[in-house]
Design a protein around this ligand. Structure first.
Ligand SMILES: [Zn+2]
Length: 418
């Protein structure tokens, strides 16, 4: 958003270069690049799904330093990513009192981490948005914006009053379930290890209906990513405010249970909601899904645990590992920004530009070739410009639609609270 002297200088250089040499194709590409850069600087860019680890905003994971994670403040600045929903994610476990207490404790740890980042460590660089208007105000001040979303309604257990507690801490959307069913809704990906049947509630449970009503009253957006098809259609019907899919892509292009089919997309648009297309390879292309499965196999063969860096392997196995990855790259390349924008195009053609947005799922499994971390965010705008999207449409995709839906949820909450 904020125009920095460096930004202005870069723009000037781009303009000077444009008049320069090269083939007509090169000149055309430079013109596209200059246009995309200018649009990217002007529009508000908001990513609706950025995961954080439990030790976020500590000495181990300092968001003020460009490190191993896909998102930190320097990478957001470098990529022109103005705002992000930082996610209070808790995985589904067996629903026992002890496990529910642990889920609440983990949620509080992540809320505290996000507040520590914005209020103690980097108050001059980033601030927490509690309303849609806050997002624009904070971005307008030149700071980055942290909004907060909860991923997995499991964090409330059976206690509706916790929704108010989390709302006070800044939660403005909540994904009803994650991998595995919970007491609120069925998951799109039931888990054998948790003893899940294909369906437990055939959609949203009776308790889930109360949860949605309370979320509407408080102004917490209902997030339908991760829940089963039946639960998603229930949520759209039950919610008085428009719903969001905070990080899902399009089933018509990649039939993965985490994606939304055309009927779901139409239902979401009829409800006034928005689907935040997600840059996660396995949801975007068959090849990338094969790659993800093969990568798990390779890592398993080397005895690596999830998240373990390959450098830990020791010199000889590391060389061997790199060879296997090189072969994998050649055989099953990851999804690209073009694949990603194919999903955006499909949704825009089906339900219109007002109901589509963008998310990364960075540090939670997301990231593709060309948008592998927040510093590469401009590449998404570049591809949108190549496809012929104008500035107004790009502004809607990059956050305008999400802020409209958020504002509508605030209006519904004000009405219901009267
Ligand atoms: Zn997720």
């Amino acid at each position: 958003m904020a125009r920095t002297p460096t930004g202005a200088l870069v723009s000037l250089l781009v303009v000077l270069l444009l008049g320069g040499c090269g083939s007509p194709e090169e000149r055309a590409e430079r013109a596209v690049s200059a246009r995309a850069t200018a649009i990217h600087e002007r529009v508000l860019t908001l990513d609706t799904h950025i995961d954080i680890p439990l030790n976020f905003a500590t000495r181990d994971v300092d968001p003020g330093v460009s490190g191993d994670f896909q998102v930190d403040l320097p990478k957001m600045r470098a990529g022109g990513l103005d705002a992000g929903f930082f996610i209070v994610y808790v995985g589904q476990t067996e629903r026992t009192p002890d496990n529910e207490a642990q889920a609440k404790a983990d949620a509080m740890t992540k809320f505290e981490a996000i507040h520590r980042m914005a209020e103690e460590l980097y108050p001059d660089e980033i601030a927490i948005a509690y309303s849609a208007a806050d997002v624009e105000r904070i971005a307008g001040s030149g700071r980055l914006v942290a909004a907060i979303g909860i991923e997995n309604g499991y964090v409330i257990g059976r206690d509706l009053s916790l929704l108010e507690t989390y709302h006070e801490l800044g939660a403005r959307y909540m994904t009803l379930a994650h991998g595995g069913h919970n007491d609120i809704a069925d998951s799109a990906t039931p888990r054998d290890a948790l003893g899940d049947a294909a369906a437990e509630h055939d959609g949203v449970s009776a308790f889930g209906e109360e949860v949605i009503a309370e979320m509407n009253r408080l102004g917490i957006l209902v997030d339908v990513s991760h829940i089963s098809r039946a639960a998603m259609l229930d949520a759209v019907r039950l919610s008085e405010a428009p719903v969001i899919a905070s990080h899902s892509s399009m089933h018509a292009l990649m039939p993965h249970p985490r994606n939304l089919d055309d009927e779901q997309l139409r239902a979401l648009a009829d409800n006034g909601g928005v689907v935040q297309t997600v840059a996660l390879g396995a949801f975007l292309s068959e090849t990338a899904a094969r790659r993800a499965a093969e990568l798990r196999n390779i890592r398993g063969a080397f005895g690596m645990i999830p998240g373990q860096p390959e450098e830990d392997l020791g010199a000889e196995p590391y060389e061997d590992y790199l060879g296997r990855i090189e072969a994998l790259d050649a055989r099953y390349p990851d999804a690209t920004v073009a694949d990603f924008v194919d999903h955006i195009d499909h949704a825009v053609n089906l339900i219109g530009i007002d109901h589509v947005g963008i998310s990364s799922d960075f540090d939670g499994g997301g990231g593709i070739l060309g948008w592998s971390d927040a510093s590469e965010t401009l590449n998404v705008t570049l591809e949108l410009v190549r496809r012929g999207y104008g500035e107004e449409d790009i502004a809607k995709l990059w956050g305008g639609n999400l802020l409209r839906v958020w504002t509508e949820a605030e209006t519904v909450a004000a009405r219901l609270s009267r």
